[in-house]
Design a protein around this ligand. Structure first.
Ligand SMILES: Nc1ncnc2c1ncn2[C@@H]1O[C@H](COP(=O)(O)OP(=O)(O)O)[C@@H](O)[C@H]1O
Ligand SMILES: [Mg+2]
Length: 340
């Protein structure tokens, strides 16, 4: 049994303009100790999928389908029961560490509170744990820095504090939602090193949402590709880079792992994502796909097995695609680099 099993997850936001169907029938799994990379252009539902797992979406959100953590169903749990998992079994770090830290408390106090939210330990022990956690994430002179305030830390150090806080209760899964996007390039590399180090020392599973191809190639075991709220391809890093089975993946990655260097961004394919309010039938990528044919406009492809075991793709042509010739169809003028 996988540690996390997401099955036919749907997330809908009622808005004044209509119901936004932000996550559509998404299914995937995460094993213990595995690093799952999640890629897809902005608005493809990466954050919403993960916020649903954390139980952090607004109350008005309509969620159906199944999210199982270690066999226990999380969808439909009362809020109070959700907090048992959030921060305890599942931790999450976000893009901007400043918005998640409270400026008026020391970082040590905030980490200690995160410890005490789930563990009945005295303040002193919680603070000692905060020092250990700051050491774990590579903050020098942790026993002194524990008494500093967030503004006394650099952006990179604040993100380390956030990682420390998310690790406070030894979660089994860490969700990192573009954790380095707001940071300088050199600091980005350090934060990712820290994540790799923690992953190897604790064998935690990590869901890593990123725009960085080098990071996916270097860190992930498997990759989930999302488009317009749907999971459109899942496979090992090698399968996704060398034998992609969905034209969107080919356009987005545009590189093979040996060419993918750190800092190299996903590419942006010409055209726009369809509206998530009234989805047309057929493949959501068809209007931008160089291979689209009649069937793609009428029949929505579902995520299905390819001829590689465990490698799934949502494309009618998944077993016939030649990645090299499809890559050539995404001519450079159809692609620009995503700046994010
Ligand atoms: N609270 C909300 N209300 C309405 N729409 C939302 C809300 N949160 C996210 N969305 C929409 O859901 C879609 C997916 O968003 P998101 O998961 O944040 O994308 P990304 O892949 O960039 O992380 C987007 O179209 C976004 O505008
Ligand atoms: Mg996001």
């Amino acid at each position: 049994m996988a540690l996390l099993e997401v099955n036919n997850l749907n997330v809908r936001f009622p808005t004044e303009d209509g119901v936004v169907h932000a996550v559509r029938n998404v299914s995937f799994t995460v094993d213990r100790g595995e690093v799952l990379g999640v890629v897809g252009e902005s608005g493809s539902g990466k954050s919403v999928t993960n916020l649903a797992m954390m139980g952090l979406l607004p109350r008005s959100t309509r969620i159906d389908g199944s999210i199982k953590y270690d066999g226990a169903e999380l969808v439909g749990l009362p809020r109070k029961r959700q907090t048992k998992y959030r921060g305890n079994e599942l931790g999450m770090i976000f893009q901007d560490p400043m918005t998640s830290l409270n400026p008026v408390y020391t970082v040590g106090w905030q980490i200690a509170e995160a410890v005490r939210a789930h563990q009945d330990v005295p303040r002193k022990a919680a603070k000692q744990r905060a020092v250990e956690l700051l050491e774990l994430v590579g903050i020098p002179q942790a026993s002194k820095r524990v008494d500093s305030y967030p503004h006394e830390f650099s952006g990179g150090m604040r993100q380390r504090v956030m990682i420390a806080m998310s690790m406070a209760n030894n979660p089994q899964v860490l969700i990192a939602d573009e954790p380095t996007t707001a940071l300088d390039v050199t600091v980005q590399a350090q934060i990712l090193e820290t994540l790799i180090d923690i992953q190897q020392r604790t064998n935690i599973a990590i869901i890593l949402i990123t725009h960085d191809l080098g990071v996916v190639a270097g860190m992930a075991d498997r990759v989930l590709v999302m488009y317009a709220g749907a999971a459109v391809e899942v496979g090992t890093v090698d399968e996704i880079f060398y034998r992609p089975r969905m034209p969107y993946t080919i356009g987005l990655l545009g590189a093979i792992p040996s060419e993918a260097s750190d800092g190299q961004k996903l590419r942006q394919i010409k055209g726009a994502t369809p509206s998530l309010i009234q989805m047309k039938p057929g493949c959501a990528f068809s209007s931008r796909c160089p291979l689209a044919f009649d069937r793609c406009l009428t029949e929505t492809p579902v995520l299905e097995a390819t001829d590689d075991e465990g490698h799934l793709a949502a494309c009618h042509l998944r077993n016939e695609l030649d990645p090299v010739s499809v890559r050539a169809l995404f001519s450079p003028e159809l692609i620009t680099e995503v700046g994010a």
